[in-house]
Design a binder for this molecule. Structure first.
Ligand SMILES: [Cu+2]
Length: 316
């Protein structure tokens, strides 16, 4: 929340600089007085609690400027890394801007009719090499730690499989009843009040809270990408290949994502909806889902045993 509030204040200060008091009347801009300055600032401050409450949902918000609030350990680290980078790049931009302005003033032609002929300064040269190296190392260490954390799958309590199709996702629960179902987007004319357009699906993925879940991702036609911002997850779904990642959702709620690989004409219409519930609620949902949805077809089930028996033995 702290970072979001910081952004709101910064944006209100930027807007303050861009908009005069009466932009529509064409009046000349008046000199800035404290009242003009304080108004948007106070509006921004009063908006913070609203943003903070709304921000907990796993869904994008109008005028959102930052990342969605984290729901997994990986996303918490991504957010921290993002905030670190924000501080570093802001500092660099301010420093370089001030330096440029100073140089424009200090070394302008009017102030320097006889320009300096210096070409070397050992101290400066060492500094402008060493300081960027230190900055890059400061960025590289948490960056590699984060990559390793995302890529190393801890011992998983359960597995789900997401399969990208043209243009919807289907899911398999291989170790919780071996069922599978499709998740199709709810079209605009069927959206109910309170639902999110382009993000709702007819069937949501249901997952237990505080459980390490291995997510296997693949596709059956073209490349898609399974992405849920609040989980810090974005992984390609490639036909003929199994990619895997992991999530451990730390709070209950509904989280939304979208396909994040340009996959064709309906790329924008294959959202991801995840409901995270308590472990006992998940168990009872899985029991119901097993009856409601189709069973995963095993490869053997597609061909009768007699056909398999007749197939010539593979010799290499
Ligand atoms: Cu797609």
């Amino acid at each position: 929340m702290g970072c979001e509030s910081f952004r709101i204040v910064i944006i209100s200060l930027i807007l303050l600089g861009l908009y005069p008091d009466s932009p529509a009347t064409g009046e000349r801009m008046k000199p800035m007085r404290f009242g003009n300055f304080a108004k948007p600032f106070l509006i921004a401050l009063s908006a913070i609690p609203v943003f903070a409450v709304a921000a907990l949902a796993g869904v994008p918000k109008p005028w959102q400027t930052g990342l969605q609030p984290s729901a997994t350990p990986v996303m918490t680290d991504i957010t921290a890394f993002h905030d670190l980078l924000l501080v570093i790049i802001t500092t660099i931009v301010i420093f370089v801007t001030c330096l440029l302005l100073y140089i424009m003033w200090r070394f302008s032609a009017s102030r320097n009719p006889q320009p300096s002929r210096n070409t070397h300064n050992s101290l400066l040269e060492v500094l402008w090499t060493v300081i960027p190296v230190v900055i890059l190392v400061t960025i590289a260490v948490p960056s590699f730690k984060l990559l390793y954390k995302q890529d190393t799958i801890p011992k998983a309590d359960m597995t789900i499989k997401a399969i990208g199709h043209q243009w919807y996702w289907s899911y398999e629960y291989p170790d919780n009843g071996k069922f599978t179902f499709d998740a199709q987007m709810v079209p605009d004319d069927e959206i109910k009040k309170g639902q999110h357009r382009l993000l709702e699906t007819d069937n949501a993925i249901v997952l237990p809270v505080n459980t390490t879940i291995r997510v296997i991702v693949t596709a059956d036609s073209v490349i898609h990408a399974w992405a849920v911002p609040a989980f810090g997850t974005k992984i390609d779904a490639v036909p003929g290949r199994l990619n895997e990642t992991w999530i451990k959702v730390e709070r209950k709620g509904t989280f939304y994502g979208q396909c994040s690989e340009l996959c064709g004409v309906n790329h924008a219409f294959m959202p991801i909806k995840v409901r995270v519930v308590s472990k006992s609620a998940f168990r009872s949902w899985a029991a119901r889902a097993k009856k409601k949805f189709a069973a995963i077809e095993s490869p053997d089930a597609e061909q009768p045993a007699s056909v398999l028996a007749q197939a010539p033995a593979q010799t290499q």
